[in-house]
Design a protein around this ligand. Sequence first.
Ligand SMILES: [Zn+2]
Length: 265
Amino acid sequence: MKKTVDGLILREVPLGEYDKLLTVLTARDGQVLMTAKGARSMHSKVMPVCRLFTYANLEYYERNDRRWVSGGSVNDSFFGLNEDLEGFSLASYLLQVATEITGEGVPADEILRMTLNTLYLIEKKGKPYEQIKGVYEWFAAKTSGFEPDLSGCAECRCGGGEDLWLDVMNGHLICSECLRKRAGNLALPELDAYQARNILLPLDPSTLASLRYVTVAPLSRIFAFSLTEESLACFGRVTETYLLNHLERSFDALEFYHSVRQPMK
Ligand SMILES: [Zn+2]
């Protein structure tokens, strides 16, 4: 019996001469693996719904414990992503992050909606790429259970004014004064008392305000802020460092994005 599901093609791996194995992100079942016979042939009727970045209503049937794509229709191909190398590499990276933070059988409604909104914004160039990337990274860290405490210095509870730092691995803020006390006026050792790496990032007030905003904003408003070029650079450094250190990995598409990135205008 044929079934249908709306899903975003997160990943495609060639199988044999003409087929593909797809990782599809769905709201209800998270990641779903599907085999698409003939999807690499230009004459195939399933080819348009089986491309990376495509959000489609996929028709499939189940046989031998596998799902086989038999047809479907495109909801959004995000085809414009192919026209700009920087946007394409950013979108590729964010799909790799989405693959990392979702799993088979785990509902992913919010992650799917956020990922679709993000691809749309990249395609339409609706915000600076660094901002889009940073918001998605922060959302990914929060969704994966790594939301930091941004309420104030974790040690003295001061608001910190202009001199707060993000202690990445401990997921909290610390002020310069407490940092000096913690280090006993010496440079901080590379490893802390728990043998975790000390990663401390300075936060300018606009970056901190943006991080707080992104942490609580509803998805429909999560990109609705702006930053100066300087703060955007700080914001991007913080979100990337925070996510990669908590996921304990890097991504080849991220390295590619950095290699093709244009300096901000
Ligand atoms: Zn303090």
